[in-house]
Design a binder for this molecule. Structure first.
Ligand SMILES: [Zn+2]
Length: 389
């Protein structure tokens, strides 16, 4: 297993990075872009490993077995700094600290590598501080910035970086990866690859975890169940419940870990009593955890909405193009019935309605349950004949 093997469906990207690691087309600053789940930060980390690899800077770089490759992948290599954030923005202080690090000579024979996973979250001040460092690079320093699209970073930064664009991996590539990495059957792999629409992390969760699969099945089954106002209200409540459940599963472990760390930092466990500063620190932590939990619910509801859209898009595809590369190919009969039930323009209006609900929730802070209720009622009406036709 080399470090490149986990870059699913990114053959062109892998080739350019391997060439650069071998000394062809090296640059001091790189920008990795690609849709969520395409693996842009994995690509950056693989590249960092290749730059530190003990096999040297040749075609073997990124062997995946040497100590350097291992420590880079594990996030513990002395010359590779990773910036990952749960916060909505990366501030100037954090970047100044990075810039200081970037000026240091690497401890090993490789490079001083700085990976910024969410370069799109740099504040303007932070981006400007970064820009200066990129303009005057130290000889053995490499910056690896990651962002969804090039538009997400300042043009001045963009123009000084070499751009690596990751594509959405194909269903075949994702399925083959799942079979190889998780040992699932072809059938499960193909289902997960289709359903994830090229999002590797999501595909893995769907392939590995029965509960994740069951939740998705419930969500994509909603359109076929919407036949009256009662169904609509029940569907909204259930969707909200599913999102809350999943968000909780995601945050509980992190919450507990942070709480344990806080307790340790204040010596609460060892000394068995709470210092005066502990109370405010605990309140801060709980507040930020609450904010995160709320955001996670929104994220999950948002993803569920996109899953609903995938159903209506499939229905449209059947109606308009007779296509067979459907995201929800495993539910063909149900999609067919939905297609017979209402014409293409109704499906289009349904898709619009989902995007409206999303906007209500994400831009105008309408509580998710409320947005879902009015959406489901709308979708249900659109399936009624007289109301929309
Ligand atoms: Zn190696």
């Amino acid at each position: 297993m080399t470090v490149w093997d986990d870059l699913v469906g990114q053959h062109r990207v892998t080739e350019s990075l391997r060439a650069a690691a071998a000394g062809h087309g090296m640059s001091h600053a790189w920008l990795f872009t690609g849709p969520p789940g395409s693996g842009r930060s994995n690509a950056a980390v693989a590249f960092a490993a290749a730059l530190e690899c003990e096999r040297g800077q040749g075609p073997e770089a990124g062997c995946g077995v040497c100590h350097a490759c291992h420590t880079v992948l594990a996030g513990s290599h002395a010359d590779v700094t990773m910036v990952r954030t749960e916060k909505l923005s990366i501030g100037v202080d954090e970047v100044r600290e990075l810039v200081r690090r970037s000026a240091l000579a690497p401890a090993g024979r490789g490079w001083q590598v700085l990976v910024v996973e969410d370069a799109d979250r740099l504040t303007e001040q932070a981006a400007n501080a970064l820009l200066k460092a990129i303009e005057e690079p130290t000889p053995r320093t490499v910056w690896l910035l990651c962002a969804p699209t090039v538009e997400d970073v300042l043009p001045t930064i963009r123009s000084r970086t070499r751009l690596i664009v990751l594509a959405t991996p194909s269903v075949e590539d994702v399925a083959a990866f799942l079979v190889r990495s998780d040992g699932v059957t072809d059938e499960v792999a193909t289902y997960a690859a289709r359903a994830s629409q090229g999002h590797i992390g999501r595909a893995r969760a769907l392939a590995r975890d029965d509960a994740t699969r069951a939740r998705r099945t419930e969500v994509v089954g909603i359109p076929a169940r919407l036949t009256g106002i009662g169904d609509a209200m029940r569907a909204a409540a259930r969707l909200h419940e599913l999102a809350t459940e999943e968000a909780e599963a995601l945050t509980t472990a992190a919450d507990e870990r942070e709480r344990t760390e806080l307790d340790r930092a204040y010596g609460v466990v060892e000394r068995g009593r709470r210092p005066r500063e502990y109370g405010p620190a605990l309140r801060d932590l709980e507040k930020s955890q609450k904010t995160r939990a709320k955001r996670r619910v929104l994220d999950v509801v948002d993803r569920s909405l996109m899953e609903l859209v995938s159903v209506y898009r499939d229905v449209l595809a059947i109606q308009v193009a007779g296509r067979d590369d459907l995201v929800n190919a495993d539910r063909y009969d149900e999609l067919r019935r939905l297609a017979d039930d209402a014409p293409a323009e109704v499906q289009l209006r349904r898709i619009d309605a989902v995007f409206e609900a999303r906007e209500q929730m994400l831009e105008f802070n309408v509580p998710p349950l409320l947005a879902l209720e009015s959406l489901m009622v709308g979708l249900q009406l659109r399936s009624g004949n007289a109301a929309v036709r």
